[in-house]
Design a protein around this ligand. Sequence first.
Ligand code: CTP
Ligand code: CA
Length: 222
Amino acid sequence: ESETNRCSGWQGKKVLITAGPTREALDPVRYFTNYSSGKMGYALAQAAMEQGADVTLISGPVHLSPPQRVQFVKVNSAADMFDKVKQYYQDMDVIIKSAAVADYTPAIVHNQKLKKQGSSMTIEMERTTDILQFLGEEKTHQYLVGFAAETDNVMDYAKSKLTKKNLDAIVMNDVGNKEIGFASDQNEVVVLTKDGKEQSLPQSSKKDIAKAIIQLIDKELR
Ligand code: CTP
Ligand code: CA
């Protein structure tokens, strides 16, 4: 695209994006994960890069190739993602946490494949660190954007996450709606900012939604 299409404000801006699911090992052959495809996060990385930003993409395992010209960091578990985020967040200008991070991980990771026993099994899980919460507490100057994937009470839950995690904005995603779910190429979101604005981005490709989110953050930063 032509240089005139770029908002020069993003030239040299440092943007950290997390994307995709995490993978929580149980034993050498099994893990827990979720349906996140990574498409939204990768589209955001691409959109920010096209605006001239210096993008770092921390991604869980997905079937996508990283956009050209972004610094790509691959992770597996929620704990790995937290380590990498801690390594990169301090000198970022904008942080967008679109990753679907596991809330729980197996309390014990077995070194050998578990053998089946009895008619049922119970796996003990422990809480992972909430990376976004950590960033909300630790941020100094960074513009912090979270995602809220909800199936019900969508608006209430998103608003409470915005406040509780000390975010500047939250992208509310109704994942109960099958047409725009995790695997889809389409999305439809509402962006809530901490000053109380609610901006709806109607159903469109994840690429277009990503561009609109980046534009909206750009406006908020001015
Ligand atoms: N998140 C995170 N670290 C976690 C869990 C979530 O950084 N361990 C981030 C996600 O990347 C997302 C935001 O928190 O940006 C909201 O994730 P979501 O799953 O919608 O909410 P939770 O706070 O985990 O609450 P719950 O799953 O109970 O709705
Ligand atoms: Ca969660």
